[in-house]
Design a protein around this ligand. Sequence first.
Ligand SMILES: [Zn+2]
Length: 461
Amino acid sequence: MNAKRICFSFGLLLALSGYCSNDPAWLVQVQNEQRPWAIHGSIVSEHGVQDGWVVFHRGVITTIEANEDRLPINARKISCDGYIFPGLIDTHNHVPWNVLPHWRADHKFNSRYEWLTNSAYIREVNNVFYNNIRRANLEDAALKYGEIRALIGGTTALQSSYATPEPRCLIRTLDSNYMEDSRIPDICATNAGADIKRFTNGLAAGTTRRVFLHIGEGKASDPKAASEFAFLRTNNLVRSGVVIIHGTALSKSELREMAAAGMYLVWSPESNFILYGETAQILEALEAGVIVSLAPDWTITGSDNVLQELKVAWNYSQTHLGGKVTPEELYRMVTINAAKVAGVDQFLGKIAPTFAADLFIAPKLDANPYLSLLQSRPKDIQLVFVDGQPIYGSTDQMQNLVNMRVFATNIVDEIDVDGAKKGIVTLGDPLTDPHYNQHFSTITNILTTALSTNLAKLLED
Ligand SMILES: [Zn+2]
């Protein structure tokens, strides 16, 4: 599937499914698809901040207008007193696993291979996931729950959603046939030869746009972690299109080699510090010219979502790097640079005509929009659109949409996010979403029963 098709597919499928369904909720949404949207606020674009209207139709931004008189006459208008940001892009996660609670070992590890074989990890995390979720056939429900945890923080696209064939649940998934997944536990293992061949052949032919690999994940002093980049080099994988996840053990010269080869780096400081007590040489990577994205890894040892990971990274920058990784740089790591890392920067990562209408509204907590975003919490997020469809927001905004007949009342679920009441639409597209007809309470009840953990609570303390 090419980028253009991803961009336009949801609106088309929505229309088809609506006409195939007897559910009046779908018909209301389809009718609304006939009308463009116009959202007013302080638009954060690559040119800075400007007050105006973002106009989009059938999932695609058509124009940005300063003057209300120039809006399409049939536009469905929403005004807000907040920043309008492009949707945040999560370039590395293990989404279905995010139904499990945080896991903390009693010591730091030298590399990923240590905790993957740690008996407590196997007992408390791995076995629980495999026995209670995967073998119980609940991975799709877990995926949807994991997507909700991301969505409430303004994330509208995710890498590593796992399920095959890939379902389209609530938000955009970036795993597809042009992007090899990052599930391979050890690319340097002797049995990985077929994978390496598939990657190099796919990259050479252009059929594989990106390969995401966990490389150098561990302490810089760990011989195995420190040797993995050299393994890539000898296997023709130091090349454009290869994305290194973590890279905590990479040397400065290897980071320079990455930049020269056109490789990418996904940075996950929270998970790195929890597991290893150290993280990638991020300033050196940036100075070398590596395009870096910021992502949570997963919630088990990482942040709840991209919004939280931004705070971790900014705190680290202030306390360890003299603030040299700036709020704007961090913002780019979860928007346009994340889109570059994922190979989707032609239609995701910024608010501009022809780009996907993936965006969210957050309050103005600071005159600087990047500092404001760093202060924002999920409970502050006012409204999130994915593919031009509003699916999450404050109860006021969601009630407003019900009043505008965008939704029937009974399809908006009330959820509690960090003590604040929010509204969410978990009903999805029947053609792509295995649980299209499940309300939030249904999803959480299934998973709560399977795990004996209350999953109605979306954020952990
Ligand atoms: Zn990972």
